[in-house]
Design a protein around this ligand. Structure first.
Ligand code: FMN
Length: 351
């Protein structure tokens, strides 16, 4: 059934379809009956007392939604009805920004992949924090039996902020979102903000992460802080990340973001050239992301919790990541290609 719907949706521009489908779901979920039908169709059965955890967080199932899908925290109720155990909102920046010119999101159906150069389009941290505050109030007012959707806050810097000042952007996003999210992800690995990935160097990273940890330690309740890394890091850079993570007792890594590598794609070279730069996601990053999870897990002796992201479409893909050492998994491109039953299918395989 979803194959047919996907074929139809794929006739239209990618970004427009994203908002059209999510807004249609929002309409459906505005009626209690619509929400119940959606949850009955797509939510996985409860998985018992959750054995899945990262940094003290216990989502109801190990399947989360990766950052960039609900950048502005506008679709939490709908994503909860689709059964996600956790949702990472963002990347959020201090000031709102429009992102890059459209078109900036492209499908590569032959590779079951996407290329995006969105450029951190988002409403800015203040508006996103307001939405999260309302969501928190909504959750507090409902029955305590209902399992809680874990919310991650993925934070970044504005395009106009020079790298030397980047720590200030992470600081303000961290402070604004702190009351409303369950964990943080520091994003220095998106390829679509010029110079951002230079912040993955040990010194710059250490400065940002130590600063956030200092603020965190001053709070009544500290929130886990994770770092999201690129699959394009050299081995030396990965080793630096591992050393730093162990040294500062980072709560975990999200492994990994999109890649700028285009090797081995079935999509013809002229089409790739016409699409231009951006981060590649989906099936082509699966193996690289798994290798990275396995490498970090082994090298760190399992001491760094990992949320795996990259090319997860099926329960077997999720198992591959968990077997490599991940604690939880996230989907993004797989959601587009596999459709709304993806969480349920993965959970059924993992039971
Ligand atoms: C359109 C699009 C936008 C994304 N935006 C973000 C983002 O804002 N922040 C981030 O950390 N990752 C972002 N990502 C990366 C995803 O969260 C994920 O890490 C990556 O796509 C690999 O997973 P996948 O193969 O399941 O898609 C984005 C991915 C896509 C496809």
């Amino acid at each position: 059934m979803y194959n047919l719907i996907r074929r139809f949706l794929f006739l239209f521009p990618t970004e427009g379809v994203h908002y059209f489908t999510m807004n249609s779901l929002k309409l459906l979920c505005s009626l209690g009956i619509g929400r119940s039908l959606l949850a009955a169709a797509f939510s996985p059965k409860p998985m018992g007392k959750s054995k899945w955890s990262v940094a003290g967080l216990h989502p109801k199932n190990p399947v989360g939604l990766g950052a960039g899908f609900d950048k502005n925290a506008r679709y939490l109720r709908e994503l909860e009805a689709l059964g996600f155990g956790f949702v990472e909102i963002g990347t959020v920046t201090p000031l709102p920004q429009a992102g890059n010119d459209k078109p900036r999101l492209f499908r590569l159906p032959e590779d079951q992949a996407l290329i995006n150069r969105m450029g951190f389009n988002n409403d800015g941290v203040k508006r996103v924090a307001e939405r999260l505050k309302k969501w928190k109030q909504h959750v507090e007012n409902r029955s305590a039996d209902k399992p809680k959707l874990i919310i991650g806050g993925n934070i970044g810097k504005n395009k106009v902020t020079p790298n030397e000042e980047a720590w200030k952007d992470y600081d303000s996003c961290f402070r604004e979102l702190h009351p409303y999210v369950d964990y943080f992800v520091v994003n220095v690995s998106s390829p679509n903000t010029p110079g951002l990935r230079e912040l993955q160097e040990k010194e710059s990273l250490g400065k940002i992460l130590r600063h956030l940890q200092m603020i965190n330690n001053g709070k009544a309740v500290a929130k886990p802080i994770l770092l999201k890394i690129a699959p394009d890091l050299t081995i030396d850079q990965v080793d630096d990340v591992i050393d730093l993570a162990l040294e500062i007792k980072l709560d975990g890594l999200v492994c990994s973001n999109t890649t700028i590598n285009r090797a081995g794609l079935k999509t013809p070279a002229d089409q790739l050239e016409a699409i231009g730069p951006g981060g590649l996601s989906g099936k082509p990053v699966r193996q690289r992301a798994t290798d990275l999870v396995a490498y970090i897990s082994q090298k760190a002796g399992g001491q760094i919790p990992i949320i795996a992201s990259g090319g997860i479409f099926t329960g077997d893909d999720a198992k591959e990541k968990l077997n490599a050492g991940a604690a939880l998994v996230q989907v993004w491109t797989g959601f587009i290609y596999e459709g709304p039953a993806i969480v349920k299918r993965i959970c059924n395989t993992l039971k």
